[in-house]
Design a protein around this ligand. Structure first.
Ligand SMILES: Cc1cc2nc3c(=O)[nH]c(=O)nc-3n(C[C@H](O)[C@H](O)[C@H](O)COP(=O)(O)OP(=O)(O)OC[C@H]3O[C@@H](n4cnc5c(N)ncnc54)[C@H](O)[C@@H]3O)c2cc1C
Length: 220
């Protein structure tokens, strides 16, 4: 069984973490990781909320977005765990296993390598920054349905400048090679392509995969 509250802030001054926010099926074996991660995120949010100069809106938006991420990930991993167990279905054990299909990720089809690609506009999202939550510019990773402000040593804003103007995939790789080397640049460009963050020029953000979650977490 898996149970998640719709909002970890159940009251203005009451924030649920761990199993109280999202109790995962023990079979998925992620409960302890979620308990520790959500506890650390809550500590940063509380530090922000208690600081008179802290950004209350950013802290609450951050906690809600991370809770949605965790809930979506829990649904996927639980479905996968149950599908894996369906291998053991048989005459002796017919009813105790799930027939739910395994979760299938749908990677974005890479654009033609000869066409020019561009990074989609950055989004303003709440992020952990120096022990508190602040609004930061992030690259939206459509396939993973989350924003990222840092890619190793490169920040999202640096990448937005480095990958502009639109250019072929080879040119985009070369732009990053000078900074992080050949293999890291190749891996990062491939990731951005498969995540749907780097798209063929002329592709509008509106035609990219999106969801209610993506709309909710995009900053005002
Ligand atoms: C059978 C089983 C197997 C599991 N196997 C795994 C696994 O293999 N891997 C994995 O990662 N996770 C596993 N889990 C899940 C994991 O144990 C939980 O996700 C994790 O312990 C949650 O941590 P928590 O701090 O949120 O809650 P808990 O660990 O439940 O801690 C809550 C604490 O609050 C206390 N408490 C409750 N009410 C009050 C109150 N009113 N006043 C004061 N104290 C109170 C409780 O006594 C408890 O000590 C399993 C769970 C079960 C049930």
């Amino acid at each position: 069984m898996m149970r998640a509250v719709p909002d970890p802030f159940v009251a203005r001054r009451l924030l649920r973490v761990g199993d109280a926010a999202l109790a995962r099926d023990p079979i998925a074996s992620h409960g302890l990781v979620h308990a520790m991660r959500s506890g650390a995120q809550a500590a940063a949010a509380i530090a922000t909320l208690l600081d008179p100069a802290g950004d209350d809106m950013a802290a609450r938006a951050f906690i809600r977005a991370r809770h949605t991420d965790a809930t979506n990930a829990a649904h996927r991993s639980t479905a996968q765990a149950y599908a894996d167990q369906s291998r053991y279905r048989g005459g002796f054990w017919p009813d105790t296993v799930s027939t739910r299909p395994a979760f299938q990720a749908h990677p974005t089809a890479p654009p033609d390598p000869t066409c020019r690609v561009r990074l989609l506009p950055l989004r303003r999202l709440p992020a952990l920054d120096g022990g508190q939550i602040r609004w930061r510019k992030a690259i939206w990773l459509a396939r993973s349905q989350r924003g990222a402000v840092q890619f190793g040593q490169l920040g999202a804003e640096y990448l937005a400048q480095a990958l502009f103007p639109p250019a072929s995939v080879a040119v985009q790789r070369a732009r990053l090679e000078r900074k992080i080397g050949t293999s890291a640049a190749r891996a990062l460009i491939d990731d951005l392509l498969s995540e749907g963050a780097l798209v063929a020029e002329g592709t509008s953000p509106a035609s990219q995969p999106s969801s209610a979650f993506a709309r909710r977490t995009s900053a005002p």
